[in-house]
Design a protein around this ligand. Structure first.
Ligand code: AMP
Length: 234
């Protein structure tokens, strides 16, 4: 049996960080559907363009497209001992597709790790994150802001809301923000999470595979809790 895990949580809960920890500790690949979609960015075909527009608007990619992209990834040789899924499933329809797909292969889910974070903290973590393209260093205007200045600048076409612009005081470098971290996209993602993904919590709880971990704690404390759960279900 492979080790099939899901990590869930609102944007900014630390899913990516903990998934990387699980990948390293348990030697299974971190499969993020968001990363798989972002990797399509340089493709010019119609499907790839459609996916980019949907992502930039903070909406969900249709289930049939998402399931197909995931299936291709799960069939790669490195995914045969299991995976840690991040960003998938986003709704009950995807969860039930996954259940059937794993069952066909004689596999099943070992655990769903829910990184539990309130929506206010989630907003600040996503909206406030900025990165230096020169050094690769990441910051957050609310929580890791030493040496930064920031302001809200008006969009050239005066569209609402204004955009956040952060700079390094020392060099004046304008820090990079992910395009899908603009306020409207973040709000949309959190709303979508609350509306569509929360029912999954009930779904997985009913199947007795849900483990909830408080995510507003230091990274290594969360990692320890994650490791304990996986050791138990493995
Ligand atoms: P993420 O990096 O997980 O926040 O995903 C970025 C974007 O990719 C999302 O806002 C969606 O547009 C799309 N996406 C990622 N995973 C899924 C999924 N399981 N179902 C539908 N859309 C997804």
């Amino acid at each position: 049996m492979g080790l099939y895990l899901i990590i869930m949580g609102v944007q900014g809960a630390g899913k990516g960080t903990q998934a990387a920890f699980i990948q390293k500790t348990f030697n299974i690949p971190h499969v993020s559907t968001g990363d798989l979609f972002r990797a399509m960015k340089n493709r010019q075909d119609e499907l790839a363009q459609r996916v980019q527009n949907i992502m930039n608007a903070g909406q969900l990619v249709p289930d049939d497209v998402t399931n197909e992209v995931l299936k291709d990834r799960l069939e790669q040789p490195d995914a045969q001992q299991g995976v840690i899924l991040d960003g998938y499933p986003r709704n009950v329809a995807q969860a039930s597709w996954l259940k059937d797909y794993l069952a066909q292969r004689g596999e099943k889910l070992a655990a769903v790790l829910l990184l539990d974070l309130d929506p206010y903290t989630a907003f600040k973590r996503a909206f406030g994150r900025v990165k230096s393209t020169k050094t690769g260093e990441t910051y957050n205007i609310y929580t890791n802001n030493e040496g930064l200045t920031w302001e809200f600048i008006e969009h050239p076409e005066h569209t609402y809301p204004p955009r956040l612009e952060a700079k390094l005081k020392a060099t004046g470098e304008i820090l990079e923000r992910r395009r899908d971290d603009e306020a409207f996209s973040v709000v949309k993602r959190i709303d979508t999470y609350l509306a569509e993904t929360m029912p999954l919590v009930d779904y997985f709880r009913q199947q007795d595979v849900l483990y909830s971990i408080p995510a507003d704690q230091p990274i290594d404390v969360v990692s320890q809790a994650v490791q304990q759960v996986i050791e138990k279900v493995k």
